[in-house]
Design a protein around this ligand. Structure first.
Ligand code: GAL
Length: 464
């Protein structure tokens, strides 16, 4: 199945990301403890302590430490299935998941960065395409910490052009293997909650508030929107995703893309409107225990019918698959029709990886249509390799959601995800999250917008 995006990810995601990179004044990331001096990673790696997960590998096997943050059902399952096939096909090699729990890499990312820049990297690690990869590990990092990948590992002609653009360094070389394309701006809902109350899934925020009021008036009331922006290993990022969904609806493709290249875009009155909607949703339509729940615990509220909807990336689809829950419906987030907000998980080759030849083999399999068709049906995402889309007859098949996502990917306009590394540099993302955290703490709409505009100016430089 060729699932090239017709509007080309490059036309929106790639260009936005690359433009944003060109404008950024953020200095290249330094390894811990080196202050502002040039990075000086150790030329040969120190011995790393094997993670407990390595114990699952047979004695004497060559272990491939794959550092990820995938611990929930759909996430862990997909990776494990991929490893099972790879390990069976490559006797003597053992790829294993050295996972650090915490959705969106809230805990893992800092640890991975410290290891890679500090000279004791895992053999490969989960990193999002775009700014997260290029700003943290590639552009301006001397001496290099990742090896470029040649066509024996990843054939760029088998990946969408826009994806290739943002996995390619300033030197024109490809630095990572994207294993999937996730959609971020999706609404998931419990069908029986809607059907039994004669309600229809909302397509606009106005409809959302009408439906939400009806759900709140039930006896007992049902939380309209499940949010999980806390809990163990959790973080503010699902609230950031909610904000991005509202921004996309208010600003449209061009206006949303401008946020990542032009600080003045944050002063727009539509950003004020988006923040006003965000505040209204937050103040009256989310579960009161959101700060105590992770994203998957919030998704469980939808499964249990304790909340009607959640806004989450399509790893929620993987969560439903893992939990054998079929009573869910999906639709673009309110106001997001025909816009596909994308991100990709990817795996690079650290220069100081311990078992490089074995890791190259694994990355080659991860890039292949075969590997992606084993992994993605569990993960909830669609494959990044354009030849994929044909799981083996005895394997898990893409489900109806994924078939709809494959169709949308071809027809929709693609925009990048801020919360998942594609649209903004990591410091810019952190500053946005700080402003949103302050908003939850009581900062008003005007104050939040001022903080966001200041964060954009810091990250992108003053407007031209
Ligand atoms: C994202 C990642 C997804 C999923 C999600 C929740 O950042 O790209 O693959 O794992 O976090 O953990």
């Amino acid at each position: 199945m060729d699932h090239r995006n017709k509007s080309s990810l490059g036309a929106s995601l790639g260009v936005v990301a690359l433009l944003a990179m060109a404008c950024t004044t953020t200095p290249a990331t330094q390894p811990p403890g080196t202050g502002t001096a040039a990075p000086t990673p150790t030329p040969t790696r120190a011995a790393a302590t094997p993670t407990p997960a390595a114990a699952t590998c047979p004695e004497g096997s060559t272990q491939i430490e794959v550092a990820s943050w995938w611990t929930t059902g759909g996430e862990g399952n997909g990776l494990q299935k991929l490893f099972d096939k790879f390990n069976a096909d490559n006797p003597g090699l053992c790829a294993y998941n050295a996972a650090i729990a915490g959705g969106a890499g809230t805990r893992a990312q800092a640890i991975f960065k410290a290891r890679v820049l500090g000279g004791v990297p895992p053999d490969t690690l989960q990193v999002h395409m775009g700014h997260e990869l290029l700003d943290t590990y590639v552009n301006g990092i001397e001496p290099p910490v990742l090896d470029p990948l040649d066509t024996s590992i990843i054939d760029p002609t088998k990946f969408p052009e826009g994806v290739v653009k943002i996995i390619t360094g300033a030197d024109g070389k490809v630095y990572t293997v994207p294993v999937n394309i996730h959609r971020a701006n999706e609404m998931w809902y419990n069908k029986s909650v809607f059907e039994s109350n004669s309600l229809t899934a909302p397509t606009t925020w106005d409809e959302f508030f009408t439906v939400g009021d009806a759900l709140k008036a039930l006896n007992p009331p049902i939380a309209p929107l499940a949010l999980g922006d806390g809990g163990t290993g959790g973080g503010i990022w699902p609230f950031g995703m909610l904000f991005e969904d509202i921004l996309i609806g208010e600003l449209g493709v061009e206006g949303f893309n401008a946020l990542w290249t032009d600080p003045a875009a944050w002063n727009d009155s539509k950003v004020t409107d988006a923040l006003t909607t965000l505040k209204k949703v937050y103040d009256g339509y989310v579960n009161t225990d959101h700060n105590a729940l992770t994203w998957d615990a919030a998704n469980q509220l939808v499964i249990d019918g304790k909340a009607a909807m959640t806004l989450m990336g399509d790893w929620a689809n993987g969560d439903y698959v893992a939990k054998n829950f079929t009573g869910y419906g999906w639709a673009p987030a309110p106001g997001n029709k025909d816009i596909y907000q994308a991100l990709a998980d990817s795996f690079p080759l650290p220069t100081l990886a311990q078992n490089k030849d074995a890791t190259k083999k694994l990355l080659t399999f991860m890039a292949s249509a075969e590997g992606q068709d084993i992994f993605n049906p569990y993960k909830g995402s669609i494959p990044a390799n354009i030849d994929a889309g044909h799981p083996p007859a005895d394997g898990l098949q893409y489900n109806d959601y994924q078939l709809s996502a494959l169709a949308d990917w071809k027809s929709n306009t693609v925009v990048p995800s801020m919360e998942h590394g594609a649209a903004a540099s990591p410091p810019f993302k952190s500053a946005i999250e700080a402003a949103l955290t302050a908003m939850q703490g009581g900062t008003d709409v005007a104050g939040t917008q001022t903080a966001l505009a200041a964060a954009a100016t810091d990250a992108l430089g003053a407007s031209q």
